[in-house]
Design a protein around this ligand. Structure first.
Ligand code: GAL
Length: 412
């Protein structure tokens, strides 16, 4: 145990990651409190049907007793059970207790203009293009692609979010029943999910073959690896849409939980939540999370950007490149911490602004604004229409690959 904590300190000191396999365990306190001697395993249980296909709920358990439940409906992370400083497990991911609630939310909820919470995308894999594409249209190699629902290629843009296409459009990756294979290794268990997104689905060119692999390690890391290929030039952007509440879902708001984001700038948005193209310094704004501060510290500041989004719902431009620490969150009360690592250039920090209390979550509590936060690692929103942003183009012959890790630990 002593050796593990030394490695942890060294890794924190250099503030860098050499490789996924070299990730630090967390604090020595966490090592003490973990339930040692548990069994590493992955099990599966039938969870109903969606779109005429049988759906399973997979439970990944590590030797510390940490558990992650994932369904192959939308690749949704349904719950994440992690210990507090007394070793007590709580589910830190917002979600639903049953498949029908996901289907009703993901496939039948209208956009909030109607007054409800809209589609929450709780825990889901998001593609083919995570976040917003302005005007539900983009141009690639001189060809304009209208996006939205269509049979199968829309001839005009059909937005699903104000004037935009959001999260790949209707019935996208989050509503598919993915193929699933389980894996077990010496110190991890994994679930490999596959989905073929057809040519022209929601207007995107090319058939995209997707593999998303979730791995739970004995170091309390939930790793997510994305891989994709295409047979025509297209655009891709993938994320996972888990909402975290480190005190436990349904326990109230996250305003006193603390956050640090490793970013000197962010992408301010227009009134449709589309980045203006400017990379604005966070210094001197409520968007400055370079040092740990409570999520609620500045959320009610008089700030045009916060007013547009009704809270935080913005893309931070992460410092550095390659797999690196992007954000660190901590619940001072329970002691639970979450470190997010990614090789993506950005992260959408969203405070659940569209949750209005009309959806009842896993443990029977209604969810309201700020009851959870997301850290959606991603390329920047609307990159296909913004040539100054890192490119999201994927060409035939290339393989897109990306890794995000959510590592749970305990405060010192
Ligand atoms: C987020 C997005 C929010 C909202 C949410 C789903 O990724 O930034 O604006 O649409 O998804 O309700």
């Amino acid at each position: 145990m002593r050796k593990a904590s030394r490695i942890t300190r060294a890794a924190l000191a250099i503030g860098a990651l050499v490789a996924v396999g070299a990730l630090a365990v967390g604090s020595s306190a966490s090592a003490k409190n973990h339930r040692k001697g548990g069994k590493l395993k992955i099990t599966s249980t039938p969870w109903g049907t969606a779109n005429g296909h049988e759906v399973n709920l997979y439970t990944l358990t590590n030797r510390n007793g940490m558990k992650v439940k994932i369904t192959n409906y939308g690749g949704v992370v349904q719950s994440i059970w992690v210990p507090d400083r007394h070793g007590r497990l709580a589910n830190v991911a917002l979600g639903f207790s049953n498949l029908d609630d996901y289907v009703n939310d993901f496939q039948h909820q209208p956009w909030p203009a109607s007054g409800g919470s809209g589609d929450t995308y709780f825990g889901a894999i998001i593609g083919r293009y995570a976040n917003r594409i302005a005007g539900a249209e983009f141009t690639l190699n001189g060809h304009a692609y209208p996006l939205g629902s269509g049979p199968p290629c829309p001839s005009t843009p059909t937005p699903n979010n104000g004037p935009n296409l959001l999260h790949g459009g209707p019935d996208s990756y989050n509503t598919q029943v993915w193929g699933a294979t389980t894996h077990q290794a010496a110190h991890s268990v994994g679930l490999e999910l596959t989905y073929t997104d057809p040519d022209c689905k929601n207007g995107f060119p090319g058939t995209v073959q997707n593999t998303v692999t979730y791995t739970l390690t004995d170091k309390n890391q939930l790793q997510i690896q994305y891989a994709a290929t295409t047979d025509k030039p297209t655009v891709v952007n993938f994320t996972n849409h888990t909402y975290f509440n480190l005190a436990g879902e349904g326990s109230g708001d996250v305003l006193r939980q603390k956050l640090r984001i490793n970013a000197d700038s962010y992408t301010p948005v227009d009134s449709n939540l589309i980045p203006t193209g400017v990379l604005a310094p966070v210094a001197g704004t409520p968007f400055d999370f370079r040092h740990m501060k409570p999520i609620g510290k500045n959320i009610r500041d008089s700030d045009e950007q916060l007013q547009i989004a009704h809270g935080y719902d913005h893309n931070w431009v992460l410092n550095g490149s390659g797999l690196r620490a992007a954000a660190f969150a901590e619940d001072p009360h329970s002691g639970r911490t979450l470190t997010t690592f990614t090789d993506e250039p950005g992260v959408q920090f969203y405070t659940g602004n569209f949750l209005v209390g009309d959806l009842v979550g896993t443990s029977g509590h209604a969810y309201r604004q700020t009851d959870g936060f997301t850290l959606e690692t991603q390329h920047f929103p609307n990159s296909p229409n913004q040539s100054s942003f890192p490119s999201t183009v994927l060409d035939p012959g290339q393989t897109f690959s990306s890794t995000t890790i959510y590592k749970f630990g305990l405060a010192r």
